[in-house]
Write a protein that binds this ligand. Structure first.
Ligand code: HMG
Length: 391
């Protein structure tokens, strides 16, 4: 039985901060960002955008292709949760009008939870092929102003319909994983911004890749040459480049730069202009591969794609999938390109105004309309968040 991603769509905020604007404000050479970390823009969420509204924007186009009451579970991966008790998926369930005969749960482990949710969904479907599961990975990456992490913010949500006989990619059984209790990046409950030991985090990421890869090869007997395209968790695109070079070196492959680029570059294009979206970032990379590869020259049908998920703290997993015949017919490429292209640029001051006006601690607030919809966080009343569908 084949199980995997039947439909996939992503959403991001309506605004971005250019790293050229950022570099000018901070009096830093812009090439530190465009070349040094490989980033050009970061999507910035206004105060009336949170992971629930982002997830609703990501999922709504999928629900145009399936009856809402066919969704048997929502697995919502995020580290930007909006409530310590009620899951973000329950808010989403209400906004999308899903059936009461649907279970909803939130999953967390830094950027890893999206991959965990996808793997959990495939197992649930193998146990009961009638299930149709909506997997959401949604996050808003936020660091303190004037820290090295500030240039690696961003946000986004990916919605994936996971089913039997998937039309886009079969997720293959067997994966390699690695967990270690480390403090490379964390966000205590009282903080809205993450703390990070930046350079250490990049070392732990690469070390986790080596371990997860070794476990993957032992579990599956697959080799580097069995994989056509490589998708990595992308906190910034240079990290994915370093990851792939590390893997190439570890397996002793003799590849030209052009071959390395062909295996990885298409999966980095969106992330370069969206920024880090934590749990969503690996899947934004996968969508970037599907949307940006020149399909006349490189038809992906039958190609094997690898996924490396890394969540600080840390948990990592390496797994693969095979692209299905006819996948191009169900891609939402135009929608993704329009979403990205229609974002408005912010000045550094406008970014700061958004940054400082997100206040989850407020009991009562009505947010001014900045989010262009169709779903937005309207306000908080008596500690309860309320959302609206704006058109
Ligand atoms: P930094 O101190 O701002 O930058 O930290 P740097 O001085 O290390 O420079 C970065 C690179 O730019 C270096 O290249 C420089 O040489 C180069 P590298 O040595 O790395 O190859 N550079 C230049 N290149 C061209 N022209 C120039 C120039 N100047 C410098 N003029 C850091 C960078 C990434 C550490 C920082 O941004 C940070 O802390 N970010 C947040 C943490 C992070 O993203 N970690 C990634 C791994 S952990 C992870 O992926 C998990 C995560 O997504 C969270 C989760 O799991 O939930 C973060």
């Amino acid at each position: 039985m084949k199980v995997g991603i039947d439909l996939i769509h992503f959403a991001t905020a309506d605004y971005y901060l250019g790293l050229d604007t950022f570099a000018a404000e901070k009096h830093i050479d812009v090439e530190k960002f465009t070349i040094g970390i490989g980033q050009e823009k970061m999507s910035i969420a206004p105060p009336d955008e949170d992971v629930v509204s982002l997830a609703a924007k990501a999922a709504a186009p999928i629900l145009e292709h399936i009856e809402a009451n066919e969704i048997s579970a929502v697995l919502f991966a995020t580290e930007t949760g909006v409530d310590q008790s009620k899951s973000a998926g329950a808010f989403l369930h209400g906004l999308l009008g899903l059936s009461n005969r649907c279970r909803v749960i939130e999953l967390k482990h830094a950027c890893y939870a999206g991959a965990a949710a996808l793997q959990m969904a495939t197992s649930m479907i193998r146990a009961n092929p009638k299930e149709k599961i909506l997997v959401i990975a949604a996050d808003i990456a936020k660091y303190d102003v004037d820290t090295s992490g500030e240039a690696t913010q961003g946000c986004g949500a990916v919605a994936m319909l996971v089913t039997e006989a998937p039309r886009i990619i079969e997720i293959e059984p067997g994966s390699g994983f690695y967990t270690d209790d480390v403090m490379d990046f964390w966000r205590p409950n009282h903080r809205t911004t993450a703390l990070v030991d930046g350079k250490y985090s990049t070392k732990v990421y690469l070390n986790s890749l080596k371990h997860a890869w070794k476990h993957f090869t032992e579990q599956t007997n697959r080799t580097f040459d069995d994989i056509d395209y490589f998708c990595y968790h992308i906190p910034f695109t240079k990290m994915a480049e370093k990851a792939h070079k590390t893997l190439v070196k570890k397996v002793g492959a003799k590849l030209t730069q052009a071959q390395i680029d062909a295996q990885t570059l298409p999966s980095q294009l969106y992330n370069r202009i969206v920024g880090n979206s934590y749990s969503a970032s690996l899947f934004v990379g996968f969508i970037s591969l599907l949307d940006n590869i020149d399909s006349h020259l490189h038809n992906l049908e039958g190609k094997r794609v690898s996924f490396f998920s890394y969540g600080s703290g840390c948990v990592a997993e390496f797994f693969t999938g095979v692209i299905q015949p006819g996948y191009q017919k169900v891609l939402m490429t135009d929608e993704h390109k329009t979403t990205i292209a229609h974002r408005q640029a912010l000045s550094y001051q406008e970014y700061l105004d958004f940054y400082h006006n997100v206040d989850n601690a407020l009991e009562n607030v009505v947010f001014p309309v900045n989010n262009q919809g169709p779903y937005r966080l309207a306000g908080i009343k008596d500690h309860k968040r309320y959302y609206e569908k704006s058109h």
